[in-house]
Design a protein. Structure first.
Lengths: 202, 202
DNA sequence: ACGATACGATCCGGTTCCGTATCGAAACTC
DNA sequence: GAGTTTCGATACGGAACCGGATCGTATCGT
C-alpha cells in the first residue's frame, strides 16, 4: 500500500480526516476506465479524477503516481476462491478450470488483456499478478495431488505441466478468443475431459 | 497496403522516385521500437521518424496515420510455415506446437504481447492476427485429421478443441510466462505427449 | 472559536505528440 | 535545362497530460 491512513494505533492526527468515499471513488473510477478499454498508459490521472468527481490533488495526496494507484486498484480485482467439492477429481477440475480467468468483478475480464504488456514489462506487476493467482494454482495443485493419491490420476503425473495443459487453453480463449469458433460455455468441460483421458490412471 | 508505388503498369510518374530505403527504414524502425518494449499507443510517429533517420513528412506521404503504418509493419512478421515430415503424427505435432508463437523474426516474440490489447479492441487488428495464424492452424488441423484417418488418433476427436489443448499452454507460456517454473525448451514435447495420451486411439 | 488538514476546482509551466507546411537540395522525366 | 516530385530537416498551432500550486470551503480535534 501507499500512505493510506494507518488503521493500527490511532493517535488520531488533527485536521479533517481523509474521505473514504474519495478513496473508493478513485479506485472505482480507475477500474471503470480500464474496463471501458483504456490501456494502462492511456490512463491519465486527470481522467481518473474527473471520472471520480475528485480533484487531482486528492489523488496525488494518496499515491505518488499512476503506477502506485494502479497496483492498489488491481488488488481489488481478486475474487473469491472457488470451493471444490472434493468428491470427484474430474468435477473439481471442471469447477477450477471454469473459474480460470474469472474474477468476482465482471470488469476484470475486460481489464486482464490490457495488462498483458505491463505484466511483461514490469517485474513488480508480474509479481502482483502471480501473487493474485497463486492461491488458485495451489488449489488446483492439491486437487491433482489428491487424484494421484486416490489413484484417479496417473502416478507419474507432472503436476505443473498438467496445470499448464488445463489452464492454457481456457486463458487463451478468455483473453484473446484465440479460436473464435469455440464455445466458451462448455469449453472447460471439454478441456478437462480431453486432458483427463490422457492423465487418468488405467 | 496504402499508396505504395504500384509495381504493375508503370507510366513512370515524373519527379524524384520514392526511396525504397526509406520504406524499409520506416518499417524496421517501427518493429524495432515495438520489440524494445514500446506499446502500440506509446509508439509515436516522431519516434519512428527519428529512429528511421527520416522526416515525418516522408512517413505521412506513405501512410495516412499510425494505424495504417502499423498494419503494414505487422504483416512483415509472418514467418515461414514449418514443414511437418508426415511420418509420425506425434513428431509432426511436436514440430507444429513448438512453432506456435514462433516467427522468423526474433522481434516478434517481444511484440506479440504488446498487441494483445489492440487485438481485443480493434476488429481489424483481430482479423489481421487471425489471417496470419490461420495457415498454421490449417496445417495442424490437417495433421490431426491425418492422425484420425490413419488410426493414430481417436475417431471421435474434436479437432478444434484439440488444437486449443495443444496451442493454449504453449502460447500462455510464450506470451506471459504464465508458469514461471516451466522449462520452455521441452514444453512442446511434454504438452504433445500429455495430450496425446488422451487422444491417442486405443 | 481556532488551528489543522482535506476537499473540489482551477490555473500554471513544461513536455510530448499530432498533422501540416515550408525549406533548399537531390533525383528523375521529357 | 525545365519541370516535377521526394528527400531530410525544421517549424508551426493545437491538443493532451503531467506534477505542482493555490483558491475558498468543509470537517475534524481541542
Amino acid at each position: 500500500m501507499s500512505d493510506m491512513t494507518s488503521t493500527a494505533d490511532a493517535p488520531r492526527s488533527p485536521g479533517r480526516p481523509r474521505s473514504i468515499r474519495a478513496d473508493e471513488a478513485i479506485i472505482e473510477a480507475t477500474l471503470d476506465l480500464l474496463a471501458e478499454g483504456s490501456t494502462v498508459e492511456a490512463l491519465s490521472i486527470e481522467a481518473i479524477a474527473t471520472r471520480a468527481g475528485v480533484g487531482k490533488a486528492t489523488i496525488y495526496r494518496r499515491w505518488p503516481g499512476k503506477d502506485a494507484l494502479l497496483l492498489d486498484a488491481l488488488r481489488r480485482l481478486k475474487g473469491i476462491l472457488p470451493q471444490p467439492a472434493g468428491h470427484s477429481v474430474r468435477d473439481d477440475l471442471v469447477l477450477l478450470v471454469g473459474a480460470v480467468g474469472q474474477h468476482i468483478d465482471p470488469r476484470a475480464a475486460k481489464i486482464m488483456p490490457c495488462l498483458v504488456p505491463e505484466v511483461n514489462r514490469r517485474p513488480d506487476h508480474f509479481q502482483l499478478y502471480q501473487n493474485i493467482i497463486e492461491p488458485r494454482r495451489q488449489l488446483m495443485r492439491e486437487v491433482l495431488r489428491r487424484g494421484i493419491r486416490t489413484g484417479e490420476l496417473r502416478a507419474d503425473l507432472d503436476v505443473e505441466v498438467t496445470m499448464a495443459l488445463l489452464t492454457g487453453p481456457i486463458l487463451m480463449q478468455r483473453i484473446l478468443r484465440w479460436h473464435p469458433e469455440l464455445d466458451d460455455g462448455i469449453l472447460p468441460e471439454k478441456v478437462v475431459d480431453g486432458v483427463l483421458d490422457g492423465i487418468r490412471a488405467r
